[in-house]
Design a binder for this molecule. Structure first.
Ligand SMILES: Nc1ncnc2c1ncn2[C@@H]1O[C@H](COP(=O)(O)OP(=O)(O)OP(=O)(O)O)[C@@H](O)[C@H]1O
Length: 306
């Protein structure tokens, strides 16, 4: 379903090389706000490298990654067309600029912690990275450390001043809300590492959501899930988009999940974009079918409906 919303993420001529290998090659695409954009492609296509550039884990070799963050308190005021302001920001040496109803960022100029804190990008990983020895609840509290650590953290935290207490209470409420939302509230006091695999995947998503992101980047969230869990995941992701106003960028190999949830699909092969469109467009695209026929199993092709 194409929704014709304003762009939230604009990737422009992005290039990432590792020595002689070009993992992402002059990539252009945009992801619109309020949508689920899927990045698909065979193994080694450059999908995780792109995520690592967006989240500041890698510093790209060339190109631009721009993100808009509407003000949460007045989302309606956001100026939908921010190309002019982006051009001006690009010409400057600044990392961000205020625009009507929000702020825009050039992520390739920012450190990873700033990308999380200021630009509102949260992510999950291909291999689950929870704090396994901490409880389920503690994992969500730690995720909100940016909010807990206010300007007066040292003194306020030590003496239990009101401002800190208030922030702490809000962090607990947020944690409980998201644990409830992903069906883990009854397991809040268990060690995260003791949860079954599918529950750990849900906890990772809850942990990312607890940071109130504008853009949620999910790296293969359906990996290792059984069909029932995959179905629950699709329901959860659609609800995050529709009920919680988060835009999602998802890398996923499970084509049934991709086809069920994506508003927009970008297909990479050997670091190059080979298709970009709705799920329906790309499943009929010859270059995509060829890329998958070369490497994927027949179930992938069947799930794409080609
Ligand atoms: N840190 C690195 N150093 C060197 N080469 C790397 C590095 N990270 C990725 N690559 C290479 O870049 C290419 C793209 O890898 P990437 O992990 O982005 O692909 P992918 O599309 O995410 O694949 P998969 O679906 O298997 O996760 C591969 O050839 C990979 O070996």
């Amino acid at each position: 379903m194409a929704r014709d919303n304003a762009p939230l993420l604009i990737v422009d001529q992005l290039t990432m090389r590792f020595g002689g290998l070009c993992a992402v090659d002059a990539l252009d695409f945009s992801a619109r706000g309020g949508e689920i954009t899927a990045l698909i492609g065979p193994n080694g296509a450059g999908k995780t490298t792109l995520f690592n550039c967006v989240t500041g884990f890698y510093r790209s070799c060339a190109g631009r990654i721009a993100l808009a963050r509407p003000d949460p308190d007045s989302p309606g005021a956001f100026r939908a067309d921010w190309r002019e302001e982006l051009a001006e920001l690009t010409r400057s040496t600044r990392r961000s600029a205020r625009i009507k109803g929000g702020e825009i960022f050039l992520l390739e100029r920012m450190a990873d912690f700033e990308i999380v804190k200021r630009a509102g990008v949260a992510r999950t990983f291909q291999n689950i990275r929870l704090f396994r020895g901490m409880t389920v609840l503690e994992n969500l509290i730690v995720a909100q450390h940016n909010r807990l650590i206010g300007p007066a953290f040292d003194i306020a935290g030590r003496f239990g001043f009101g401002a800190y207490r208030g922030r702490e209470r809000a962090a607990l409420e947020t944690a409980r809300f998201w644990l409830d939302r992903v069906g883990l509230i009854a397991r809040a006091d268990e060690a995260a590492g003791d949860l079954p695999y599918g529950a750990q995947r849900r906890l990772e998503i809850a942990r990312a959501m607890a940071t109130a992101p504008t853009l949620l980047c999910l790296d293969e969230p359906a990996a290792g899930l059984n069909p029932r869990e995959s179905h629950e995941l699709t329901t959860l992701l659609l609800s995050l988009r529709d009920d919680h106003d988060v835009s999602i960028l998802i890398i996923e190999h499970d084509m049934s999940v991709v086809m069920a949830i994506s508003d927009h699909v970008v297909v990479l092969d050997h670091g190059v974009k080979i298709a970009d469109g709705t799920a329906r467009d790309i499943r009929e695209d010859e270059a995509v079918i060829k890329a998958y026929l070369g490497v994927a199993d027949e179930a992938d092709i069947a799930a794409m409906g080609a």
